[in-house]
Ligand binder design. Structure first.
Ligand code: PEP
Length: 251
């Protein structure tokens, strides 16, 4: 494990009513050790952001949103601006999740526009990249990840403290199939080399999370890899009894 502070974030996706979101946030808050090594973030749906912010008030658990639009305000029905997310108490915004790319037509260009707007509003970004199964089997993993990162980060010179990368192989998300620690480390090391190329020495401090069917059973071996600096957790973040041991696995 590196000196970078591990970062474990829960992506609740389109789950949880207000009451359920409050209860989950409370259980995580009460369950995390105050002297833990990992930074912890929770990304509830938009509807529950304010309620979860209230539950987390006064704690060091970070609130995150699952997406943001790039405009400040205006006639953009259904969209939410970074300024609104800052106002509700978000620290992080997840950008470019593969489900956004797959179901909502996100491209590297729209990912880049969102990411820059989020940074301009003083928030931090978790930028998701990762290949599909077809791309992996065609030997295109590195090429796909390189393009996603180069285009996603175009024009960005963010300090390491406000940029997190999540490597999420699409074939491992919600499928129960996890990348082996070696497979994940190989791509994480590649991502770090790209960050060095794009951003110079700041790359050493940028956290790279792994995402894709992380569970209490596989978290420790994944997190033990030198370039795996945390996890972006979907399904297992919806239950405290699954999420808390993942946080603990980071030390
Ligand atoms: C995710 O949604 O980012 C994710 C990794 O999901 P899961 O942990 O369920 O595979």
């Amino acid at each position: 494990m590196s000196e970078r502070r591990p970062f474990i974030a829960g992506n609740w996706k389109m789950h949880k009513t207000l009451a359920e979101a409050r209860a989950l946030a409370r259980a995580i808050r009460q369950g995390v050790a105050p002297d833990r090594r990992a930074e912890v973030g929770l990304a509830p749906p938009y509807t529950a952001l304010a309620a979860v912010a209230a539950e987390l008030a006064g704690s060091d658990i970070r609130l995150a949103a699952q997406n943001a639009f790039w405009e400040k305000q205006g006639a953009f029905t259904g969209a939410v601006s970074p300024a609104m997310l800052a106002d509700v108490g978000c620290h992080y915004v997840i950008i470019g999740h593969s489900e956004r790319r797959q179901h909502f037509g996100e491209t590297n260009d729209t990912v880049n526009r969102r990411l820059k707007a989020v940074l301009e509003n003083g928030l931090a970004v978790i930028l998701c990249v990762g290949e599909t199964l077809d791309e992996r089997e065609a030997g295109q993993t590195f090429e796909v990840v390189r393009t996603q990162l180069r285009e996603g980060l175009a024009g960005v010179a963010a300090g390491a403290d406000r940029l997190v990368i999540a490597y999420e192989p699409v074939w491992a998300i919600g499928t129960g199939k996890t990348a082996t620690p070696q497979q994940a480390q190989e791509v994480h090391a590649f991502i770090r080399s790209l960050l060095r190329e794009f951003m110079g020495p700041a790359a050493e401090a940028i956290r790279i999370q792994y995402g894709g069917s992380v569970t209490p059973d596989n978290a420790a071996t994944l997190l033990a890899q030198p370039d795996i600096d945390g996890a972006l957790v979907g399904g297992a973040s919806l239950k405290p009894e699954m999420f808390l041991p993942i946080i603990n696995a980071a030390g």
